[in-house]
Design a protein around this ligand. Structure first.
Ligand code: PLP
Length: 394
């Protein structure tokens, strides 16, 4: 039987690599007993705090294992609304919040609610790996705006304005995965203008909203006239070390939230109640978890800059936020994908090819700061030395 064209081409026409091929190969090697330094996927090397696990266990044992309310429990929605109102200084109530299966569930739901088949969605490249497939899942067309590394990976205002003509939605991500860019007030004003002038939905992916290495993180939903056209996407994956809990949310206008309830009737039917209780606990008592997690990645980001100081073959663009660094390895003459595969073979270090995040990151690799500080420093020195040997050969 034939698989639908929508799903068969969800990664693009004739594309077999979904962007994660290095990770898949590394996992096979790990299964075969090879020791790998895994700097590929953005998952923590620290454990989910015990107080969150205890609450999940308590809630499940207390019987919260049956169907939960589809938009989320009132208590969790209220806690998310309070948090968003406080951190963005924008009025937000329970009716503006929908609980989803992780940030990816929020992305999918928001994309489905904001678009009709055939419409154009603007993505800023480099972008998170799953964005193109999420647009294709909604049967929409992708329009790419490349963000220049020489401009700190901030999108250019004029290019963005042109691309947004005739589109129905713009998807942005600040702090950005993979680049670590935190969008400046100027960039956000250009984004706002493009959305208002072209009557676009803004899908604002804010899953790294707690992880700044310095600059203030601004939610575009807080800008004038934007709350009515923004679907802001959040998650506890990165902030509270809860990647496997699959707990995220969409914040948006009330009628969009109602529509998401109808959509979710046909998809996940909501998030497990004991997971929602654990999430409520994380939001209520997790301030220090959030702070410590953010501080850990800032420390490792600084350690990475230090480890690569003086390398000629590898250039690092200092990230302003999130939990990654991008390395420019173009001096080796290799694509990011070829370099990442060779590095895995030669030194058992797994990274993400820049091309997994679009073409603007070609010739780069992304390092997740998810191993202890010394292992990270050693791995980066190995990468720099390996790049140097390749450069010497070109
Ligand atoms: N958005 C971005 C930018 C991400 O980096 C990720 C995960 O890495 C997600 C969304 C998905 O988040 P979650 O793991 O909560 O589904």
């Amino acid at each position: 039987m034939k698989i639908s064209n929508r799903v068969a081409t969800i990664n693009g026409e004739n594309v077999t690599d979904d962007g994660w091929s290095v990770l898949y190969k590394a996992r096979d090697m790990i299964d075969a007993g090879v020791q790998i330094t895994n700097l590929s996927i953005g998952d923590h090397d620290t454990d989910t705090p015990a107080f969150i696990l205890d609450e999940m266990d308590r809630a499940a044992r207390a019987g919260n294992t049956r169907y939960a309310p589809i938009p989320g429990t009132d208590a969790l929605r209220q806690a998310i609304a309070d948090r968003v109102a406080r951190t963005t200084d924008t009025p937000t109530t329970v009716e503006n919040v929908f609980v989803t299966t992780g940030g990816q569930g929020a992305l999918f739901a928001a994309m489905m609610a904001a678009t009709d088949p055939g419409q154009k969605v603007v993505l800023i490249d480099p972008h998170y790996t799953t964005y193109p497939a999420t647009v294709r899942a909604a049967s929409c067309q992708i329009e790419i705006v490349k963000a220049d590394p020489n401009n700190g990976f901030q999108p250019d205002a004029e290019t963005l304005a042109q691309a947004c003509k005739g589109a129905s939605a713009l998807l942005i991500n600040t702090p950005n995965n993979p680049t670590g860019a935190v969008y400046s007030p100027d960039t956000l004003n250009h984004i706002r203008e493009a959305c208002v002038q072209n009557d676009l939905w803004l899908l604002s992916d804010e899953v790294y909203e707690t992880q700044s290495h310095g600059p203030k993180i601004i939610s575009p939903r807080a800008l004038p006239d934007m709350a009515e056209r923004t679907l802001a996407l959040g998650s506890l994956s990165k902030s509270h070390i809860m990647t496997g809990f699959r707990l995220g949310w969409v914040v948006g206008p009330k009628d969009a939230i109602t529509a998401l309830t109808h959509l979710t009737n046909a998809t996940t039917y909501g998030v497990a109640g004991f997971i929602q209780d654990a999430a409520l606990k994380a939001l209520t008592d997790g301030d220090s978890t959030e702070r410590d997690t953010a501080a850990l990645y800032t420390r490792r980001r600084n350690r990475a800059l230090e480890a690569l100081k003086g390398s000629n073959a590898v250039k690092i663009s200092p990230p302003d936020g999130a939990m990654y660094v991008m390395l420019d390895i173009r001096s080796t003459g290799l694509s990011g994908r070829d370099f990442a595969h060779k590095l895995l073979e030669a030194h058992k270090i797994a990274t993400m090819p820049g091309e997994s995040f679009g073409q603007a990151a070609a010739g780069h690799i992304r390092i997740a700061l998810t191993v202890d500080d010394d292992t990270l420093a050693r791995a980066l020195q190995t990468i720099a030395a390996y790049a140097q040997t390749l450069e010497d050969k070109t």
